[in-house]
Write a new protein. Structure first.
Length: 464
């Protein structure tokens, strides 16, 4: 306290300095982020958020179809999660002593494992990439083999270990040498057999549905891959950081395929409730017992903030809400409705090629049109930079219809929809109506959309 004033007043700080947000980022953080946002017209100032919606200072409502890259599974500021965090702070627990066993981590592990009864133990970290790093370390130590296989176009994180199994060249460039690794095509069992015959493979890490492009593993691939891996004393690692906790209409996406039981399973994102970062690596008993084989190795893998009370409370609240509000069933039902209504537009628009996905993880892919006028414009965009047309759709969805979406990866003509799992038919109606209007504008051959496309071409040519 000084002169009767509190030493720190967050509300006053935001009121005094909040308007500087873009300047502060430009000066002190990643300077390319505000530059990108200004270029696309995404430099909005959101004042508050609740559920699947944002509001700006003028009170305009925006629909969130991005969910913080999947973090906001329950939407923003769910009251049950908020209360759990208030409760755990008010409890003043003796947290992170490092030399005791608090109840919350055990309770959250118990709840998570109930959804994967073939798994036995959990390690709690702080993020999705940390969950993957844990799985890579555990797989290599437990099998005694160095090499990890992954799939083309995969995304498993950006720290050094997870980057080693990242299928996007743009993320990997300049950061070598990485861990021993080999990429195979998603679904290529022959390639998997060839690599396993070399005898040095610890495991295969795979997203049941890839975030980049929204490509599902082919039917039967996970089950057959699992059998091959086990035959060669290697393990199957399911990366469910984005697909887990109901996103695809099952609690975990691997459960869509009968007989699949991963040896290691990575979750994060939605488990946080959108508040406290948390990642979890679930695994079989024999793997954990090899890693933690003696008291000398009790801290051989740990995380300073892992299992902290706030993260554990948030995770427990999230799982309780999912059960009470039947979130998984809603994701399946609403996702089917959204996908069906979008798929019905494929025959109507020549630029729209495919709608795919599962639950509330949906990919909308655009492709080369057949008519001469549209084809020449499409060719112009592709010559400048692949992926510009999808960006042309994302921008008017935000600017004209106040709907936030994302392009599904660099150089991809795919939009990915991963909204909060709590949306319903009104949000589906709003998105489909807006998307239809944007596609009508694109197929008219004129209008602001193609003008913006020319602007994007200039930016791509100048800054490539």
């Amino acid at each position: 306290m000084k002169d009767g004033q509190p030493g720190f007043d967050l509300t006053r700080l935001l009121a005094e300095r909040g308007a500087e947000r873009y300047e502060l980022h430009t000066r002190h953080l990643n300077h390319q982020l505000p530059r990108m946002l200004h270029t696309l017209g995404f430099d909005k100032v959101y004042e508050r958020a609740e559920g699947a919606h944002f509001w700006d200072a003028e009170g305009n409502d925006y629909l969130d179809m991005l969910a913080g890259f999947g973090v906001m599974g329950l939407g923003r500021h769910h009251p049950v999660v908020r209360k759990a965090l208030h409760d755990v702070l008010d409890a003043s627990l003796a947290d992170l002593t490092r030399f005791d066993c608090q109840p919350l981590p055990g309770l959250l592990a118990e709840k998570l494992l109930a959804h994967s009864p073939h798994l036995d133990r959990v390690f709690f970290g702080n993020s999705g990439t940390e969950a993957v790093e844990t799985a890579l370390k555990f797989a290599r130590y437990a099998t005694g083999k160095p090499r990890i296989l992954y799939c083309d176009h995969a995304f498993h994180g950006l720290t050094t270990g997870s980057l080693s199994v990242n299928g996007e060249k743009g993320f990997r460039d300049g950061f070598a040498p990485l861990l021993p690794d080999t990429a195979i095509a998603l679904g290529d069992l022959d390639a998997l057999r060839r690599e396993l015959k070399r005898g040095d493979v610890a495991g295969l890490v795979v997203e049941p549905i890839q975030g980049k492009g929204v490509h599902a593993s082919p039917p039967g691939f996970l089950r057959e891959a699992q059998e091959l891996l086990h035959r060669h004393k290697a393990v199957l690692i399911a990366d469910e950081v984005q697909t887990g906790l109901g996103r695809t209409g099952d609690f975990y996406a691997y459960q869509h395929e009968e007989g699949v039981e991963p040896d290691l399973l990575c979750v994060a994102k939605a488990l946080s409730g959108g508040y406290v970062p948390v990642g979890a690596t679930l695994g079989k008993d024999w793997i954990f017992k090899r890693v933690y084989s003696s008291m000398d190795r009790v801290l051989v893998h740990s995380a300073s903030f892992g299992s902290n009370a706030q993260a554990m409370a948030a995770g427990l609240a999230v799982l309780a809400v999912m059960e009470q509000e039947e979130t998984v069933a809603n994701a399946r039902r609403t996702g089917d409705l959204l996908r069906e209504r979008l798929a019905a537009l494929v025959g109507r628009y020549e630029l729209l090629h495919e709608v795919r996905g599962r639950g509330l993880m949906i990919g909308i892919e655009f492709g080369r049109p057949s008519s001469l006028k549209l084809r020449s414009r499409w060719t112009m965009l592709q010559a400048a930079r692949k992926g510009l047309f999808a960006q042309m759709v994302v921008v008017p969805l935000l600017q004209k219809h106040r709907i936030l979406t994302q392009v599904s990866g660099d150089h991809l003509e795919v939009i990915k929809l991963i909204p909060p799992l709590v949306i319903g038919e009104p949000e589906v109606d709003r998105f489909v109506t807006a998307f239809t209007a944007v596609m009508d504008d694109a197929h008219s051959g004129g209008g602001l959309m193609w003008d913006f496309g020319r602007t994007l071409v200039k930016q791509a040519v100048v800054h490539r």
